[in-house]
Ligand binder design. Sequence first.
Ligand code: SAH
Ligand code: SF4
Length: 357
Amino acid sequence: MIFIYLYDIILIIAGDKVKNIYSYTKEELENYFECINEKKFKATQVYDWLYIKRENNVDNWTNLKKEIRDKIKENFEFQNIKIIKVESDELARKYLFELVDGERIEAVLMYHDYGNSICVSSQVGCNMGCKFCESGRLKKVRNLETYEMVEQILMVEKDIKTRISSVVIMGIGEPFDNYDNVMNFIKIINDPKGIAIGARHITVSTSGIIPKIYEFMKFPLQVNLAISLHASNNEIRSNIMSVNKAYSLNDLLQAIRDYIEFTNRRVTIEYVMLNNVNDSLDNAEELAELLKGMNVYVNLIPYNETNHIEFKRSSKNQIMRFYDLLKQHGINVTIRKEFGGKISAACGQLRSKEVKK
Ligand code: SAH
Ligand code: SF4
């Protein structure tokens, strides 16, 4: 949303709060300044305070005159989400956050040789109802506002006193069920005058909401797309992912092909390895057949066991056999390095433990 809405303009003029300042793309802030008869470049100065100097006390924004500072204080919220719990080991740090309304979400920081990556949440809970997933167990309460995603990054960077170099939107929630806020989040963290995370270092993961895949093709930034496929045929997929009943495997594959053709970008296929559900060698053959000739790479994910006791992780041996078979068929494939098994890093598990208490 690049324009400030008429409703926002009325609020601004009336001196009411519009929304949290961390929800604003630079373009929207430029529109705000124009709307209060100030120069657009003030937006860059605000970004510099928020994202480079990390100073959120407007009184200290000394390169803006006092009148403007007062107007900003009048028009924007500045509340922050709070870290209420951290679990960590040598590979990862998992954060539980409390939002202003008391809801809880989580993010996981992972250390790699090449830098730090973070997995952020996009909703409180999730309505997609994948049978193996903890986030789906606790139904969606609401979408996250853009600032609640931006602040996951700011809070974690403040905690570790280091920069994060890549972002995956694979925490709690279905990002394409909160499309506009997630896209604004991406624009904000990508802005070269702000947090400046390169588009190629940002990945959005979806369970397969097809209309949004078509919309996302046209998104102006070169962000990576990952698809949670998790099955080699329609029947298995419908059994474990209810989204497949609305958007079937064949249509999803067609959407992925169209996406690749339109963007010329490689797509990641996520495939969580569930013992005796989707991990047989026949399944590997079937998957190879489905993906033949497509510019994709498959990421095999060892399942992180949860309270969904009917699902167990595939053995290391089985994962290796599955992997080898895909390789033999010429499919690009990797096995996901496991992070934070000890600290329950799979999506939604920390929150779900807390909510149960
Ligand atoms: N809703 C989006 C993004 C969040 S889930 C999606 O489904 O793609 C991120 C990934 O974690 C998905 O591929 C999901 O299937 C996977 N996942 C969920 N629970 C898991 C678990 N217990 N162990 C391993 N992967 C899991
Ligand atoms: Fe939602 Fe993704 Fe979990 Fe499915 S796997 S319930 S889409 S968070």
